[in-house]
Write a protein that binds this ligand. Structure first.
Ligand code: ADP
Ligand code: MG
Length: 307
């Protein structure tokens, strides 16, 4: 049996109604398995349920139904081992302003029962570029520094799984790169990385596996390569010199009229070159006045699956 870094089956969450706010079903039965050693992207628009999913694993939100395992430990049956196996960087920059990074790390290590001799406070803070802020009050740290301090904090107990919830929201490009360099290094050292983001480009570049959730449901989960291959097609947008009443039926190609009167022909450039598509259009008497193409991007899959 394959052991996963994370596994969820039929995971549901309904937030109870509070006052005038109606109850909200944030997760509607999520089945998800994150392979060990991967960099796994959890994508979805705002309100999709990403943080809810992660906060259930973190033990910060109580699930309504289903099961979840972290590194093979059921969060209900083995909560201590499950929690020891995961480090979570929350979306909110919640840091006690009156402690210093060194103190925050020590408190966290204490909470996880990491013996003093095994603590790597300085090593981790240095890796996160915070070695010159060891004894500065957290309230004096910039947003980017706080984010990195939260990453450092999540690593205190050396967990095999590191989860980052929207880690680059509000982080500038330079820091983002630095953060990713470090995350990639951790991954090379064997740490499974799970991140949520709505920066598709980032996910496309970093993640080997991607899950897309929307409105509490899983819409797709596959290797980044397969997801992109799935839409390894391009669309040729043609404006005909004389208006078309209907789309011509082309041989093995999907052709539709768009709202703005153009002809959209979808083709797979690996199977048929654009020239052959155009030749077919000519054969059908379509006189091309203007031409445009749209490529396959993760963004397209994303839009297709979440619109
Ligand atoms: P995401 O992280 O993908 O943006 P969330 O998991 O934060 O999504 O939210 C999913 C849905 O659950 C949203 O509709 C959100 O408003 C709702 N929600 C999140 N947290 C709470 C809460 N504590 N109480 C009630 N509703 C919540
Ligand atoms: Mg969120």
């Amino acid at each position: 049996m394959q052991e996963y870094a994370l596994q969820a089956k039929g995971l549901t969450k309904t937030y109870k109604a509070v006052g005038p706010t109606a109850a909200k079903q944030a997760l509607k039965g999520i089945d998800l398995a994150v392979p060990r050693g991967s960099i796994f992207g959890l994508l979805g628009p705002n309100g999709a349920g990403k943080s809810t999913f992660i906060n259930i694993l973190a033990g910060m939100v109580v699930k309504s139904g289903g099961m979840a395992e972290i590194w093979g430990f059921d969060i209900d049956k083995n909560p201590r081992q499950a929690r020891a196996s995961i480090g979570i960087v929350p979306q909110e920059l919640s840091i006690d302003p009156f402690f210093t990074p060194r103190e925050i790390m020590d408190l966290q290590a204490g909470m996880y029962g990491v013996p003093k001799s095994q603590r790597r406070t300085l090593e981790i803070l240095t890796a996160m570029g915070l070695d010159d802020k060891l004894d500065a009050y957290a309230r004096t740290l910039s947003g980017g520094m706080r984010r990195r301090l939260l990453v450092a904090k999540a690593l205190v107990h050396n967990p095999p799984v590191l989860v980052l919830d929207e880690p680059t929201a509000g982080v500038d490009i330079e820091l983002r790169r630095q953060l990713w360099d470090y995350v990639l290094e951790l991954n090379k050292a064997g740490v499974t990385i799970v991140l949520t983001t709505h920066y598709l480009e980032e996910a496309e570049k970093l993640c080997d596996t991607i899950a897309i959730i929307d409105q509490g449901e899983l819409r797709a989960c596959d290797s980044t390569q397969n997801l992109l291959a799935q839409i390894d097609n391009k669309t040729l947008l043609v404006r005909s010199a004389s208006p078309l009443a209907t789309a011509p039926s082309l041989n093995g190609l999907d052709a539709k009229l768009t709202d703005d009167g153009r002809l959209a022909v979808t083709y797979n450039p690996g199977l048929i070159p654009a020239g052959a598509v155009i030749a077919q259009l000519n054969e059908h008497g379509v006189e091309i006045a203007d031409l445009d193409t749209r490529g396959a991007e993760l963004e397209n899959v994303f839009l297709k699956l979440t619109s």
